[in-house]
Design a protein around this ligand. Structure first.
Ligand code: CP
Ligand code: NVA
Length: 342
Protein backbone atom coordinates (compact mmCIF):
# COMPACT_ATOMS: atom_id res chain seq x y z
CA UNK A 1 0.00 0.00 0.00
CA UNK A 2 1.27 3.50 -0.81
CA UNK A 3 2.28 5.55 2.20
CA UNK A 4 -0.62 8.03 2.21
CA UNK A 5 -3.21 5.96 0.36
CA UNK A 6 -6.84 6.81 1.29
CA UNK A 7 -5.71 9.66 3.58
CA UNK A 8 -7.23 13.15 3.57
CA UNK A 9 -4.96 16.18 3.13
CA UNK A 10 -6.45 18.83 5.42
CA UNK A 11 -3.73 20.59 7.45
CA UNK A 12 -0.05 20.21 8.27
CA UNK A 13 -0.63 19.08 11.86
CA UNK A 14 -2.12 15.80 10.54
CA UNK A 15 1.24 14.75 9.07
CA UNK A 16 4.71 13.64 10.10
CA UNK A 17 7.99 14.99 8.73
CA UNK A 18 8.38 11.70 6.82
CA UNK A 19 4.95 12.16 5.19
CA UNK A 20 5.83 15.65 3.97
CA UNK A 21 9.25 14.56 2.72
CA UNK A 22 7.62 11.64 0.91
CA UNK A 23 5.23 14.06 -0.86
CA UNK A 24 8.10 16.41 -1.80
CA UNK A 25 10.14 13.53 -3.22
CA UNK A 26 7.13 12.26 -5.16
CA UNK A 27 6.45 15.77 -6.51
CA UNK A 28 10.09 16.09 -7.62
CA UNK A 29 9.85 12.76 -9.46
CA UNK A 30 6.56 13.70 -11.12
CA UNK A 31 8.02 17.06 -12.15
CA UNK A 32 11.08 15.49 -13.70
CA UNK A 33 9.08 12.73 -15.44
CA UNK A 34 6.76 15.36 -16.97
CA UNK A 35 9.74 17.41 -18.13
CA UNK A 36 11.19 14.48 -20.07
CA UNK A 37 7.70 13.44 -21.24
CA UNK A 38 7.82 10.10 -19.46
CA UNK A 39 5.21 10.69 -16.80
CA UNK A 40 3.50 7.51 -15.66
CA UNK A 41 -0.29 7.83 -15.38
CA UNK A 42 -1.23 6.60 -11.91
CA UNK A 43 -4.82 7.98 -11.96
CA UNK A 44 -6.19 6.68 -15.25
CA UNK A 45 -10.02 6.89 -15.38
CA UNK A 46 -10.33 8.26 -11.84
CA UNK A 47 -12.93 11.00 -11.28
CA UNK A 48 -12.06 14.11 -9.28
CA UNK A 49 -14.33 16.97 -8.16
CA UNK A 50 -12.99 20.37 -7.12
CA UNK A 51 -15.21 22.66 -5.04
CA UNK A 52 -14.40 26.37 -4.88
CA UNK A 53 -16.33 28.75 -2.60
CA UNK A 54 -13.53 31.33 -3.15
CA UNK A 55 -11.71 32.38 -6.35
CA UNK A 56 -8.52 30.73 -7.59
CA UNK A 57 -6.10 30.67 -10.51
CA UNK A 58 -3.16 28.50 -9.38
CA UNK A 59 -4.96 25.95 -7.22
CA UNK A 60 -7.80 25.32 -9.64
CA UNK A 61 -5.49 25.06 -12.67
CA UNK A 62 -3.07 22.83 -10.77
CA UNK A 63 -5.79 20.34 -9.87
CA UNK A 64 -7.15 20.41 -13.42
CA UNK A 65 -3.80 20.03 -15.22
CA UNK A 66 -2.60 17.43 -12.70
CA UNK A 67 -5.75 15.41 -13.36
CA UNK A 68 -5.29 15.64 -17.15
CA UNK A 69 -1.60 14.69 -16.89
CA UNK A 70 -2.48 11.68 -14.77
CA UNK A 71 -5.36 10.43 -16.96
CA UNK A 72 -8.13 11.40 -14.51
CA UNK A 73 -11.40 13.22 -15.27
CA UNK A 74 -12.29 16.38 -13.39
CA UNK A 75 -15.42 18.43 -12.53
CA UNK A 76 -15.26 22.04 -11.27
CA UNK A 77 -18.04 23.40 -9.04
CA UNK A 78 -17.79 27.14 -8.29
CA UNK A 79 -19.36 29.36 -5.65
CA UNK A 80 -22.76 29.17 -7.37
CA UNK A 81 -24.51 26.58 -9.46
CA UNK A 82 -24.57 23.63 -7.06
CA UNK A 83 -26.70 22.91 -4.00
CA UNK A 84 -23.64 22.82 -1.70
CA UNK A 85 -23.90 24.87 1.47
CA UNK A 86 -27.22 26.48 0.55
CA UNK A 87 -29.95 23.87 0.08
CA UNK A 88 -27.67 20.97 0.98
CA UNK A 89 -25.37 20.52 3.96
CA UNK A 90 -21.68 19.77 3.56
CA UNK A 91 -22.30 16.38 5.17
CA UNK A 92 -24.91 15.43 2.55
CA UNK A 93 -22.77 16.92 -0.25
CA UNK A 94 -19.87 14.73 0.87
CA UNK A 95 -22.04 11.61 0.95
CA UNK A 96 -23.38 12.29 -2.54
CA UNK A 97 -20.07 13.23 -4.14
CA UNK A 98 -18.32 10.18 -2.63
CA UNK A 99 -20.68 8.02 -4.73
CA UNK A 100 -19.56 9.73 -7.94
CA UNK A 101 -15.94 10.68 -7.39
CA UNK A 102 -12.66 9.17 -6.18
CA UNK A 103 -11.37 12.41 -4.59
CA UNK A 104 -12.78 15.79 -3.49
CA UNK A 105 -10.92 19.11 -3.30
CA UNK A 106 -12.40 21.99 -1.31
CA UNK A 107 -11.45 25.69 -1.10
CA UNK A 108 -13.50 27.94 1.11
CA UNK A 109 -13.93 29.60 4.46
CA UNK A 110 -13.52 28.01 7.92
CA UNK A 111 -11.41 24.87 8.36
CA UNK A 112 -14.43 23.21 9.96
CA UNK A 113 -16.05 23.11 6.51
CA UNK A 114 -13.34 21.00 4.90
CA UNK A 115 -13.15 18.86 8.06
CA UNK A 116 -16.94 18.26 7.83
CA UNK A 117 -16.63 17.22 4.20
CA UNK A 118 -13.84 14.81 5.12
CA UNK A 119 -15.77 13.36 8.05
CA UNK A 120 -18.71 12.44 5.84
CA UNK A 121 -16.81 11.50 2.69
CA UNK A 122 -15.71 7.94 1.94
CA UNK A 123 -13.01 9.20 -0.47
CA UNK A 124 -9.97 11.42 0.20
CA UNK A 125 -10.65 15.15 0.72
CA UNK A 126 -7.93 17.72 -0.05
CA UNK A 127 -7.81 21.25 1.36
CA UNK A 128 -7.24 23.77 -1.43
CA UNK A 129 -7.18 26.69 1.11
CA UNK A 130 -9.26 27.63 4.10
CA UNK A 131 -9.02 30.70 6.31
CA UNK A 132 -6.72 28.76 8.65
CA UNK A 133 -4.54 26.51 6.46
CA UNK A 134 -3.11 26.29 2.93
CA UNK A 135 -1.26 22.95 2.99
CA UNK A 136 -0.88 22.41 -0.77
CA UNK A 137 0.81 25.84 -0.96
CA UNK A 138 3.17 24.81 1.85
CA UNK A 139 4.33 21.82 -0.20
CA UNK A 140 4.99 24.03 -3.24
CA UNK A 141 6.96 26.49 -1.10
CA UNK A 142 9.12 23.75 0.41
CA UNK A 143 9.78 22.13 -2.98
CA UNK A 144 10.84 25.54 -4.33
CA UNK A 145 13.14 26.12 -1.35
CA UNK A 146 14.69 22.70 -1.80
CA UNK A 147 15.31 23.47 -5.47
CA UNK A 148 16.75 26.96 -5.24
CA UNK A 149 18.92 26.81 -2.13
CA UNK A 150 21.95 24.53 -1.93
CA UNK A 151 21.33 23.75 1.76
CA UNK A 152 18.93 21.02 2.88
CA UNK A 153 15.63 22.30 4.30
CA UNK A 154 16.68 21.60 7.88
CA UNK A 155 19.56 24.07 7.51
CA UNK A 156 17.53 26.81 5.84
CA UNK A 157 16.20 29.98 7.45
CA UNK A 158 12.99 31.70 6.43
CA UNK A 159 11.13 34.77 7.61
CA UNK A 160 7.48 35.37 6.86
CA UNK A 161 6.49 39.05 7.03
CA UNK A 162 2.81 39.95 7.13
CA UNK A 163 -0.49 38.92 8.67
CA UNK A 164 0.66 35.82 10.52
CA UNK A 165 -2.76 34.79 11.88
CA UNK A 166 -4.06 33.51 8.57
CA UNK A 167 -3.57 30.47 6.32
CA UNK A 168 -0.06 31.21 5.02
CA UNK A 169 1.28 32.27 8.42
CA UNK A 170 -0.02 29.07 10.02
CA UNK A 171 0.97 26.67 7.25
CA UNK A 172 4.49 28.04 6.90
CA UNK A 173 5.06 27.94 10.67
CA UNK A 174 3.88 24.36 11.22
CA UNK A 175 5.36 23.10 7.92
CA UNK A 176 8.72 24.63 8.85
CA UNK A 177 8.54 23.02 12.28
CA UNK A 178 7.92 19.61 10.71
CA UNK A 179 10.75 19.98 8.19
CA UNK A 180 13.30 21.34 10.65
CA UNK A 181 13.75 24.94 9.46
CA UNK A 182 14.69 28.08 11.36
CA UNK A 183 11.40 29.96 10.85
CA UNK A 184 10.70 33.50 12.01
CA UNK A 185 7.19 34.93 11.94
CA UNK A 186 7.69 38.71 11.68
CA UNK A 187 4.62 40.85 12.36
CA UNK A 188 3.16 43.45 14.69
CA UNK A 189 1.85 41.73 17.83
CA UNK A 190 -1.78 42.36 16.83
CA UNK A 191 -1.23 40.10 13.80
CA UNK A 192 0.87 37.37 15.42
CA UNK A 193 0.18 33.69 14.85
CA UNK A 194 -2.16 32.46 17.61
CA UNK A 195 -0.62 31.03 20.78
CA UNK A 196 -2.35 27.74 19.97
CA UNK A 197 -0.65 27.31 16.56
CA UNK A 198 2.66 28.66 17.89
CA UNK A 199 2.67 26.17 20.77
CA UNK A 200 1.88 23.24 18.46
CA UNK A 201 4.71 24.36 16.16
CA UNK A 202 7.12 24.64 19.12
CA UNK A 203 6.18 21.14 20.32
CA UNK A 204 6.87 19.73 16.86
CA UNK A 205 10.13 21.72 16.69
CA UNK A 206 11.33 20.21 19.97
CA UNK A 207 11.36 16.84 18.18
CA UNK A 208 12.59 17.87 14.71
CA UNK A 209 15.27 20.38 15.74
CA UNK A 210 13.44 23.26 14.03
CA UNK A 211 13.60 26.78 15.50
CA UNK A 212 10.32 28.66 15.56
CA UNK A 213 9.99 32.26 16.67
CA UNK A 214 7.66 35.25 16.60
CA UNK A 215 9.05 38.76 16.59
CA UNK A 216 7.94 42.34 15.94
CA UNK A 217 11.46 43.29 14.83
CA UNK A 218 12.13 43.18 11.09
CA UNK A 219 15.84 43.60 11.70
CA UNK A 220 16.04 40.58 14.05
CA UNK A 221 13.60 38.49 12.02
CA UNK A 222 15.28 38.76 8.62
CA UNK A 223 18.91 38.57 9.74
CA UNK A 224 20.74 35.73 7.96
CA UNK A 225 17.65 34.48 6.09
CA UNK A 226 17.79 32.34 2.95
CA UNK A 227 14.18 33.25 2.11
CA UNK A 228 11.82 36.13 2.82
CA UNK A 229 8.17 35.35 2.25
CA UNK A 230 5.00 37.40 2.41
CA UNK A 231 1.32 37.35 1.45
CA UNK A 232 -1.45 39.83 0.70
CA UNK A 233 -2.34 42.05 3.64
CA UNK A 234 -6.07 41.35 3.35
CA UNK A 235 -7.13 37.81 2.53
CA UNK A 236 -10.09 36.57 0.53
CA UNK A 237 -13.34 36.80 2.47
CA UNK A 238 -12.15 39.54 4.87
CA UNK A 239 -14.33 42.69 5.05
CA UNK A 240 -13.30 45.77 3.07
CA UNK A 241 -13.12 47.94 6.20
CA UNK A 242 -9.95 46.21 7.50
CA UNK A 243 -7.74 47.75 4.79
CA UNK A 244 -6.93 51.03 6.59
CA UNK A 245 -5.81 49.39 9.83
CA UNK A 246 -3.95 46.61 8.03
CA UNK A 247 -1.99 49.11 5.91
CA UNK A 248 -1.02 51.07 9.04
CA UNK A 249 0.06 47.93 10.87
CA UNK A 250 1.93 46.26 8.03
CA UNK A 251 3.65 49.10 6.16
CA UNK A 252 6.86 48.64 8.24
CA UNK A 253 6.81 44.94 7.25
CA UNK A 254 6.75 45.32 3.47
CA UNK A 255 9.59 43.69 1.57
CA UNK A 256 11.83 46.10 -0.34
CA UNK A 257 15.47 46.03 -1.47
CA UNK A 258 16.30 47.49 1.95
CA UNK A 259 14.64 44.51 3.69
CA UNK A 260 16.58 42.17 1.43
CA UNK A 261 19.81 43.99 2.33
CA UNK A 262 19.00 43.65 6.04
CA UNK A 263 19.25 39.85 5.69
CA UNK A 264 22.99 40.22 5.10
CA UNK A 265 22.69 37.39 2.57
CA UNK A 266 23.27 38.33 -1.10
CA UNK A 267 21.67 35.03 -2.12
CA UNK A 268 18.46 35.57 -0.16
CA UNK A 269 15.39 34.81 -2.31
CA UNK A 270 11.84 36.13 -2.25
CA UNK A 271 8.72 33.94 -2.03
CA UNK A 272 5.03 34.80 -2.37
CA UNK A 273 2.11 32.41 -2.78
CA UNK A 274 0.49 34.92 -5.20
CA UNK A 275 -1.60 36.75 -6.19
CA UNK A 276 0.27 39.86 -5.03
CA UNK A 277 -0.20 43.63 -4.96
CA UNK A 278 3.31 44.59 -6.03
CA UNK A 279 2.11 47.48 -8.22
CA UNK A 280 -1.04 49.17 -9.48
CA UNK A 281 -1.48 46.88 -12.47
CA UNK A 282 -4.76 45.32 -11.33
CA UNK A 283 -8.11 47.03 -10.90
CA UNK A 284 -8.11 46.23 -7.18
CA UNK A 285 -4.48 47.31 -6.73
CA UNK A 286 -5.16 50.64 -8.44
CA UNK A 287 -8.24 51.22 -6.29
CA UNK A 288 -6.47 50.45 -2.99
CA UNK A 289 -3.30 52.38 -3.90
CA UNK A 290 -5.40 55.43 -4.79
CA UNK A 291 -7.77 55.19 -1.83
CA UNK A 292 -4.95 55.07 0.73
CA UNK A 293 -2.34 57.14 -1.13
CA UNK A 294 0.30 54.39 -1.05
CA UNK A 295 2.68 53.14 -3.72
CA UNK A 296 3.56 49.68 -2.41
CA UNK A 297 2.01 46.97 -0.32
CA UNK A 298 3.56 43.67 0.84
CA UNK A 299 6.42 43.80 -1.72
CA UNK A 300 7.62 46.46 -4.11
CA UNK A 301 8.41 46.13 -7.80
CA UNK A 302 12.18 46.35 -7.23
CA UNK A 303 12.11 43.01 -5.42
CA UNK A 304 9.25 41.44 -7.34
CA UNK A 305 10.81 42.12 -10.74
CA UNK A 306 14.30 41.07 -9.62
CA UNK A 307 16.08 37.73 -10.04
CA UNK A 308 15.55 37.15 -6.30
CA UNK A 309 11.85 36.49 -6.94
CA UNK A 310 11.05 32.75 -6.92
CA UNK A 311 7.25 33.24 -6.85
CA UNK A 312 6.77 31.92 -10.38
CA UNK A 313 8.84 28.78 -9.67
CA UNK A 314 6.64 28.43 -6.58
CA UNK A 315 3.51 28.84 -8.73
CA UNK A 316 4.67 26.11 -11.12
CA UNK A 317 5.39 23.84 -8.18
CA UNK A 318 1.73 24.05 -7.15
CA UNK A 319 1.05 21.73 -10.10
CA UNK A 320 3.68 19.13 -9.22
CA UNK A 321 2.92 19.08 -5.49
CA UNK A 322 -0.87 18.96 -5.92
CA UNK A 323 -0.34 16.11 -8.36
CA UNK A 324 1.75 14.34 -5.73
CA UNK A 325 -1.04 14.72 -3.15
CA UNK A 326 -3.62 13.24 -5.52
CA UNK A 327 -1.35 10.39 -6.62
CA UNK A 328 -0.20 9.54 -3.09
CA UNK A 329 -3.73 9.39 -1.70
CA UNK A 330 -5.52 7.78 -4.66
CA UNK A 331 -3.18 5.52 -6.62
CA UNK A 332 -3.60 1.84 -5.87
CA UNK A 333 -0.53 0.63 -7.73
CA UNK A 334 3.12 1.00 -6.63
CA UNK A 335 4.49 4.42 -7.64
CA UNK A 336 7.25 3.24 -9.94
CA UNK A 337 9.06 5.62 -12.30
CA UNK A 338 11.17 4.63 -15.30
CA UNK A 339 14.84 4.57 -14.53
CA UNK A 340 17.12 7.33 -15.80
CA UNK A 341 14.53 10.10 -15.96
CA UNK A 342 16.93 12.47 -14.22
N1 CP B 1 -1.59 30.71 -4.19
C1 CP B 1 -2.84 30.38 -4.51
O1 CP B 1 -3.50 29.59 -3.82
O2 CP B 1 -3.30 30.96 -5.64
P1 CP B 1 -4.80 30.91 -6.18
O3 CP B 1 -5.64 31.71 -5.23
O4 CP B 1 -4.73 31.53 -7.55
O5 CP B 1 -5.25 29.49 -6.22
N1 NVA C 1 -3.94 34.60 2.46
C1 NVA C 1 -4.40 34.60 1.08
C2 NVA C 1 -3.76 33.48 0.33
C3 NVA C 1 -4.13 33.44 -1.14
C4 NVA C 1 -3.52 32.28 -1.85
C5 NVA C 1 -5.92 34.48 1.07
O1 NVA C 1 -6.43 33.66 1.84
O2 NVA C 1 -6.56 35.19 0.31
Amino acid sequence: MNRLQHRDFLKETDFTPEDLTYLLDLAANLKQAKKVRREPKFLRDRNIVILFEKDSTRTRCSFEVAAYDQGANITYLGPSGSQMGKKESLADTARVLSRFYDGIEYRGFGQERVEALAEHSSVPVWNGLTNEWHPTQLLADMLTMRECCPKPLNRQTMAYLGDARYNMGNSLMVGSALLGLDFRSVAPKALWTSDEVYEVACQIASKTGARISRTESVEDGVRGCDFLSTDVWVSMGEPDDVWKERIELLTPYRITEETMRQTGNDDCKFLHCLPSFHNRSTAMGEEIFQRFGIDCMEVNDDVFESPRNMAFEEAENRLHTIKAVMVATLADEPLVFEENIA
